[in-house]
Ligand binder design. Structure first.
Ligand SMILES: Nc1ncnc2c1ncn2[C@@H]1O[C@H](COP(=O)(O)OP(=O)(O)OP(=O)(O)O)[C@@H](O)[C@H]1O
Ligand SMILES: [Mg+2]
Length: 325
């Protein structure tokens, strides 16, 4: 039976700026099993990155504040553990891959040096062995002339190559969990699919991935399970087939209804749903999707729907979950 690797419960994160206070992540709970690839999707601003960063206590504070929540990872609650413990887990047991590789690579250090240092922070290994290991990983992520590239600075390499190096650095520590936040958005479509292919090949059986994306096509190709976020909350979660064949929240339904066909080659970014995403400073009462929902009725204006089971593996936060089509 699958074992839980990460268990997030009731995560709540707020921001306080000069003129506003708002909740960016509202009572988010989910689990990731060993070896599972979980997609986190939702429109811009719904709280995906803030959720991911909060798991590793990387939210800038102030203005951010993790108000409550537990994040159990291999027996540690990352929310209450000492920051040193969390730092050790970051990069070794949990690695992150970001949209912008230059934010993860140091501009002032040669590639080889960065890789060797990363290895040596986490493993007691002589420099020569760490260099050898770095070289092997550059080969695995198909960097041509790897020995030469070890001497390059990040800016001397293309975006696709930087991204592959970041992936090599994330994977070489053999992490239990990879958090990938829009890892390919900055890349062109061909390189994007190469990068995903690579992540799939490199992933071992026990590596889990939390994959944040706008692209339902990527979810379809990569994920076992999907979390759909809307306005700071998870509004639907289920196995891939649950979500794609029986979307049970009107938001997910609208997202999928208007996806261009997977074969048209134009990519499958989230469809545009009429109406605008409410901003966290003024979420409506009741269901936050109600003003854009063609199935909304009176209760949706006053009561917030909680997640309810649609099947063993599938939950949606709607009063008429799965019954509106
Ligand atoms: N450092 C910050 N200071 C103030 N507000 C922030 C900060 N970081 C994020 N927010 C706000 O928190 C909310 C959630 O942002 P988040 O970055 O998680 O969205 P997202 O779902 O990742 O969007 P995108 O798809 O555009 O990456 C947004 O309203 C955003 O403006
Ligand atoms: Mg984001």
């Amino acid at each position: 039976m699958a074992q839980t690797l990460l268990s997030v419960s009731n995560l709540k994160v707020s921001f306080k700026t000069d003129d506003a206070y708002f909740i960016a992540v509202d009572n988010v709970s989910f689990d990731i099993q060993h070896g599972e690839v979980v997609g986190l999707v939702g429109e811009s601003g719904c709280g995906k990155s803030v959720s991911a960063l909060s798991l590793l206590r990387l939210i800038p504070s102030p203005p951010g504040n993790i108000e409550k929540g537990n994040v159990l990872f291999k027996g540690n609650d990352l929310m209450t553990a000492g920051i040193e413990t969390v730092r050790k887990i970051r990069g070794k047991e949990i690695s992150m891959i970001f949209q912008e590789p230059l934010s993860a690579l140091s501009p002032l250090q040669r590639i080889g040096q960065q890789m060797v240092e990363t290895i040596q922070i986490h493993q007691d290994m002589p420099k020569s062995r760490a260099r050898q290991m770095s070289l092997e990983w550059l080969g695995r992520v198909k960097i041509p002339d790897a020995a030469e590239k070890m001497h390059a600075y990040p800016y001397q390499l293309s975006g696709g190559m930087q991204q592959r190096i970041m992936i090599a650095m994330a994977l070489m520590m053999n992490p239990d969990l990879i958090i990938a936040d829009e890892p390919t958005t900055a890349l062109d479509v061909t390189i994007q699919s190469q990068v995903f292919q690579l992540i799939r090949e490199m992933k071992t059986e026990h590596t889990s991935i939390l994959l944040i994306t706008h692209d339902m096509g990527v979810v379809w190709e990569m994920c076992d399970r999907v979390l759909v976020m809307y306005a700071s909350r998870i509004v639907e979660e289920g196995r891939m087939e649950d979500i794609f064949s029986a979307p049970s929240h009107p938001y997910t339904y609208s997202l999928l209804k208007s996806i261009p066909r997977l074969s048209d080659g134009k990519g499958n970014r989230l469809a545009v749903i009429p109406g605008s995403v409410p901003s966290p400073e003024n979420y409506p009462s009741g269901c936050r999707f109600r003003d854009r929902c063609s199935f909304a009725f009176k209760k949706c204006r006053t009561e917030m729907p909680e997640l309810v089971s649609v099947s063993d593996s599938h939950r949606a936060a709607c009063f008429i979950a799965g019954k509106f089509q």
